[in-house]
Design a protein around this ligand. Structure first.
Ligand code: UT7
Length: 377
């Protein structure tokens, strides 16, 4: 049985070797390096090689994560794979990855758009908190390029293919995941979707004629949702963890558009250099975006034992997911445990908010009456 705290103990990535620059794309659609860079921050992305599949890429990232955790595939209790671009509609790509790894455990695929891996991480932490499992591999993998319309400049320049994985293990040391938020707003389903190929609209001649097998996105609509969601969900989750935004060592946001990240930094009043950004090299890799950024942040020494990290992803659904966690099990972990000073401070802040809101509610009729009286005079 586990001890309840979920820690990340291993990490790995797989990015295809093929680099495609903005100038390469300008040869196939009416776009330019200047437009893509200034509107999104993307300079290049990786696209799948001939032998890359979602299962092979996910397994490659998983193998690296297991090696860095010092575990064998047989040690795993569960595999969670977040993706919107599985090898097949059926079977679940998680089972293919379990087989490729040679693991002997349960495996399931999680579909939550770009927020998938963060959803997966929170799910893994619940299995650990419940004492059900001790070692879980959470993979985010995407070959989104197969679902792109390469004649549509409004979408094809934005995305890239990648895989990243983390091993989540039970620990008796306080720390790991401190707070989380999962969100969904299905009213925005058609802002980012693939019209045909599901049960609502199976593939037909019309699909091919009207290119309905490809991803469609109302960019400005999703942009507004993303800007609204990123900073507000981060703020709520950071407070829920008993922290303030300036106490977070590193923010790892979904890499959808650099302008969205810059806006969130301004709204949180946190310097932009505290936000990890690698969108320039990979574009938007959907469910692989946040774990890939996390793996690179660790590799570059930007995320160390004891650091407080806040991750937030958003995307098709519409969905979003945010996690605040503490890396490793350093002494700092104890400072943020259930009965810590930080938690007491958080509860005090919450209590003062309640008092303020109640006082406002009570004073409003009085204020209205005085205001009405003054107007009449
Ligand atoms: O991971 C899922 C979450 N996804 C997101 O968060 C993406 C959110 N959306 C965005 O990041 C932005 O909306 C985009 C990058 C997709 C688009 O940027 P925008 O500043 O909102 O541009 P726009 O859609 O308002 O288009 C402005 C102009 C249009 O031309 P007109 O109508 O003003 O003449 C577009 O046709 O830019 C044109 N345009 C392009 N021009 C050159 C659109 N795509 C391109 C392009 N190259 N690739």
């Amino acid at each position: 049985m586990s001890e309840g705290y979920a820690r990340i103990t291993g990490w790995g990535k797989y990015v295809p070797a093929r680099v495609v620059t903005n100038d390469d794309l300008a040869k196939i659609v009416d776009t330019s390096d200047e437009w893509i860079t200034s509107r999104t921050g993307i300079r290049e992305r990786r696209l799948r090689g001939e032998n890359d599949t979602t299962s092979s890429m996910g397994a490659a990232a998983g193998r690296e994560a297991l090696a860095s955790a010092g575990l064998r595939p047989a040690d795993l209790d569960l595999i969670i794979v977040a993706t919107s671009s599985p090898d097949y509609l059926l079977p679940s790509v998680a089972s293919q990855i379990q087989h490729l790894l040679g693991a002997a455990c349960g495996a399931f695929t999680m579909v939550a758009g770009c927020a998938g891996w963060v959803y997966g991480l929170t799910t893994a932490s619940q299995f650990i908190a419940a004492g059900t499992y001790n070692r879980i591999l959470v993979i985010g993998v995407e070959i989104i390029s197969f679902a792109l319309d390469w004649t549509d400049r409004t979408t094809c320049v934005l995305f890239g293919d990648a895989a990243a994985a983390t091993v989540v293990e039970a620990s008796e040391e306080p720390g790991g995941i401190l707070a989380m938020e999962l969100g969904s707003d299905g009213s925005g389903a058609h802002a980012l979707y693939v019209p045909d190929g599901g049960s609502a609209s199976p593939i037909s001649q019309r699909t091919i004629d009207e290119r309905r097998q490809y991803l469609r996105m109302d960019g400005p609509d999703v942009f507004k949702f993303a800007v609204r969601t990123l900073s507000s969900s981060l703020k709520r989750t950071v407070y829920q963890a008993g922290l303030t935004p300036d106490e977070i060592d590193l923010y790892i946001p979904h890499q959808a558009n650099k302008r969205i990240i810059e806006t969130a930094a301004r709204q949180l009043r946190v310097p932009l250099d505290r936000f990890y950004i690698n969108i320039d090299r990979y574009g938007n890799t959907s469910a692989a975006s946040v774990p890939l950024a996390m793996v690179e942040a660790i590799e570059e020494g930007r995320l160390k034992d004891g650091d407080l990290v806040a991750m937030c992803a958003f995307g098709a659904g519409l969905t979003w997911a945010t996690v605040v966690m503490q890396m490793g099990t350093g002494e700092l972990s104890a400072a943020y445990s259930l009965f810590s000073v930080a938690r007491a401070r958080f509860l005090a802040r919450r209590a003062s908010d309640v008092v303020f809101d109640t006082a406002q509610g009570a004073l409003l009729p009085l204020y209205t009456r005085i205001y009405g009286l003054r107007k009449r005079l």
